[in-house]
Design a binder for this molecule. Structure first.
Ligand code: DGJ
Length: 537
């Protein structure tokens, strides 16, 4: 063999080896837990999903240019986008992954990770994304039956043929991903979309009724679980007997969660990415009956049932479309549990909802994502689009260079936050030797103007006893020494505005004079990152 040929062959072997090595050395994304707190590891390191979800019908190649335009303008690092069963499996057992290939290739070009949303048996409680060949065969792939015998627009969790078909399709997706995505562009997969049923609390078909009248499965009779559902341990028998007035809903939750767990297990056996289920919420404050929301989904009252029924689902994720900070903060509390990492895969795309990103960080959440980022086929000008995206874009622009630090601080429980409530009242954060008092509004503190919408927010990370990192917008900040220094005079040693880059704070300027007098640092409508040191005198 000539010298040139040998060198050429060597080069090929070298590049093949390096492809193999990089594929082998990139660890698969996974969720970890420490002291009841969670992190999503991507490439082996804590990762924060600065997310955005595309509209339901935007996961088609022809729609992607608009999606990428928004993704870029928003500075997101992760796109949530549907994968449609009707597209993947147009004929029984014949799979077409061309759209998935396009998604993978374009995400890599845009340096964005993906969370895939498996629009399978359930989409918002209905079967609308089943392939045509399933929709045409209602006997084989049935919907559920309401209390009065009427068919409900919601697939039956008791249909073996549907379960088998979903298992086969989802397993095929995960098998394909395993070989098509060695670099782990896809970091997590949502199994189904807002499963449950509207218009009936459960399935009343003859088949379902038989299960309902049978004994409650032993897994649900363990005393800890019963206690978490406010049921006296020791009770046995039918669903009605054990769960009384909540029996219909709990039966529906169990049935759907068991179905989805089997789909998830089949997918995980192919390729064990983190999997989650998103939830159409109920009012978290008033304990309404299940006739008032989508029944059977992982609403806050049935989280314990879902945890037992669906062990292959890593987390249950609230879709937040509720009004009012009290409700939203309650939901964030309810889905932050030692057995559940907090992830908000959908939040209504309003200006004021961007502030809950800070609450998610303070709860050690792994990600946040407003719903409906793209123009959805409408002709928006770039300016209109930029204006719509701005409340989220400015937070993600701030967070991008310091994502590794934010993810680690969230995991370590080091982030504290306040978000403005509807009454605009000031709030305090306890920081050991200091209390921070945050007032919401813009302008000087002696001429403070209320924010027209409750958009104010602040995060504080304690760097050392007297040194803090503060991030926020639409607020004022002041401090008070506590403990041994309580009541003493104090002053700012230094207030620096800057940004975190490569793990270090890089100051842009020192804020002083008008920028810190008159009631402490003011943060206007643009998100600021400040490093503040204080001294008690
Ligand atoms: C919640 C669902 O999960 C999304 O797919 C979408 O339908 C929104 N609701 C509504 O805009």
């Amino acid at each position: 063999m000539g010298k040139i040929k040998t060198a050429f062959l060597g080069l090929i072997l070298l590049s093949l080896a390096s492809v193999k090595t990089s594929a082998q050395t990139t660890p698969i994304p996974k969720l970890i837990e420490k002291n009841g707190r969670h992190a999503l590891l991507v490439d082996g390191k804590p990762f924060l999903i600065l997310g955005g979800q595309a509209h339901n019908s935007s996961g088609w190649p022809g729609m992607l240019p608009q999606v990428w335009q928004s993704a870029e303008a928003m500075h997101l690092n992760t796109l949530e986008i549907p994968l449609y069963w009707e597209q993947i499996e147009p004929q029984p057992g014949k799979f077409d992954f061309s759209v998935l290939d396009t998604l993978l290739a374009q995400s890599r070009q845009h340096h964005v990770r993906l969370v895939l949303l498996w629009f399978g048996t359930w989409k918002n409680g209905s079967n609308h994304y089943m392939p045509e060949w399933m929709k045409r065969d209602a006997a084989k792939y049935p919907n559920i039956t309401g209390k009065t015998g009427k068919e409900i627009d919601s697939p039956s969790p008791h249909a073996k043929a549907t379960l088998d078909a979903d298992i086969k399709a989802f397993a095929a997706v995960m098998r394909y991903l395993k070989q098509a995505d060695p670099q782990h562009t896809v970091i997590m997969v949502q199994v189904e979309n807002e499963p449950g049923s509207w218009d009936t609390v459960r399935d009343y078909s003859a088949k379902a009724q038989k299960f309902f009248e049978a004994n409650v499965p032993a897994e649900l009779l363990k005393s800890d679980l019963l206690k978490s559902l406010n049921i006296q341990p020791g009770v046995k028998g039918s669903w009605q007997n054990v769960f009384g007035e909540r029996a219909d809903e709990y039966f529906q939750a169990w049935s759907i969660a068991r179905f989805i767990d089997q789909v998830a297990a089949a997918g995980k056996a192919e390729y064990p990415l983190p999997l989650y289920v998103n939830v159409a919420l109920r009012d978290p404050l008033t304990n309404p009956p299940a006739t008032h929301y989508e029944s059977g989904g992982a609403t806050d009252n049935v989280i314990p049932i879902w945890k037992v029924a669906a062990p292959h689902i890593d987390l249950l994720a609230p879709d937040i479309y509720l009004d009012g900070s009290e409700r939203v903060q309650k939901v964030i509390d309810l889905y932050t549990r030692p057995d559940n990492a907090l992830f908000v895969p959908e939040v209504g795309f309003t200006t004021e909802n961007a502030r809950y990103f800070y609450d998610v960080l303070a709860h050690g959440g792994i990600g946040f994502s407003p719903f409906g980022i793209d123009a959805n086929g409408e002709a928006h000008t770039n300016e209109q689009m930029a204006e719509r995206l701005a409340p989220y874009a400015q937070e993600y622009a701030m967070a991008t260079p310091m994502m590794p630090e934010l993810a680690q601080w969230a995991f370590d429980g080091k982030i504290k936050a306040v978000v403005e409530h509807e009454d605009h009242a000031a709030q305090a954060i306890k920081l050991g030797a200091w209390d921070a008092i945050i007032t919401f509004g813009t302008g000087a503190s002696n001429n403070l103007k209320n924010n027209p919408l409750p958009v104010g927010k602040a995060i504080i990370v304690t760097l050392s006893e007297n040194k803090f990192l503060v991030i926020g917008s639409h607020c004022h900040l002041t401090f008070k020494p506590t403990g041994g220094n309580a009541g003493k005079p104090w002053q700012y040693l230094k207030v620096e505005e800057g940004s975190y880059i490569n793990g270090e704070f890089k100051p842009l300027r020192i804020l002083n004079g008008d920028e810190t007098d008159w009631g402490g640092p003011r943060i206007g409508s643009q998100t600021m990152v400040l490093q503040i040191s204080l001294v008690a005198r």
